[in-house]
Design a protein around this ligand. Structure first.
Ligand code: CTP
Ligand code: CA
Length: 223
């Protein structure tokens, strides 16, 4: 219903997109997070909408603008994101762009933690968060196409291929985020599309262009 083009190549297709960071509370005023801006996720949603798709956009607390025309679901933690994703299924395709926190603080405090004057330091204990992409890829309600992202600093292709196989998704969009590439936190990507039997190195493109290319490939695959 929210597609921009009723006759676009993604008309009638429901595409679920996760985006942004997650925040994992330490206490009511503190949290653990990461540097994801959500820019690539918003660009992807806009590209899918422009091809006529219906988008459910599940986002953590991201700085980027929300895509207008999408059904937006705001969450804070990885576990909330996992629940929101399950509630949004079924979908024809799912794109997991979120930088999900790998760990949450298991002993988060209900009250603000205070210095007790003795110099004792807080001892945070961590628990691993659910892998949302792997759960959906291997679940009963699996969308026809499941796409993950991977930011890597070494052995980019080998790591992305291993990640794709381990999680059970169809494609991984990998990026080399070593500091000298300037990709982390920048406006551009140099994506490597890793599929079951292929590796495609894309040129350096803006996040918007990368998003349009992914959406076009998705439309081809779903047609
Ligand atoms: N992902 C997810 N849920 C998680 C962790 C990751 O859905 N708890 C998704 C991300 O949205 C991304 C893909 O999995 O599409 C790969 O994320 P990445 O952090 O590269 O993979 P990890 O399995 O967490 O491995 P690493 O140890 O390299 O961080
Ligand atoms: Ca991770």
């Amino acid at each position: 219903v929210n597609g921009a083009l009723r006759n676009g190549p993604l008309a009638g297709k429901h595409v679920l997109i996760t985006s942004g960071p997650t925040h994992e509370p330490i206490d009511p005023v503190r949290y653990i997070a990461n540097r994801s801006s959500g820019a690539q996720g918003t660009a992807l949603a806009e590209a899918v909408l422009a091809l006529g798709g219906n988008v459910t956009f599940v986002t953590g607390p991201a700085a980027a603008a929300r895509p207008s025309g999408a059904r937006v679901v705001e969450v804070e933690t990885a576990r909330q994101m996992a629940d929101a994703v399950q509630a949004a299924l079924p979908a024809d395709a799912a794109i997991f762009c979120a930088a999900v926190a790998d760990w949450r603080v298991e002993n988060a405090s209900d009250l603000k933690m205070k210095k007790d004057g003795s110099g004792t330091l807080p001892a945070l204990q961590f628990a691993e968060n659910p892998d949302i992409l792997a759960t959906v890829s291997q679940g009963d309600n699996r969308p026809g196409i499941v796409i993950g992202f991977a930011a890597e600093t070494h052995d980019v292709i080998a790591n992305a291929q291993a990640k794709r196989a381990r999680k059970g998704c169809d494609w991984i969009v990998a990026n080399d985020v070593r500091p000298e590439t300037g990709i982390m936190g920048g406006d551009e990507n140099a994506a490597i599309l890793v599929t079951a039997d292929d590796v495609e190195e894309w040129p350096r493109l803006s996040k918007d262009q990368t998003a349009r290319r992914i959406a076009a490939r998705l439309a081809e695959e779903l047609s």
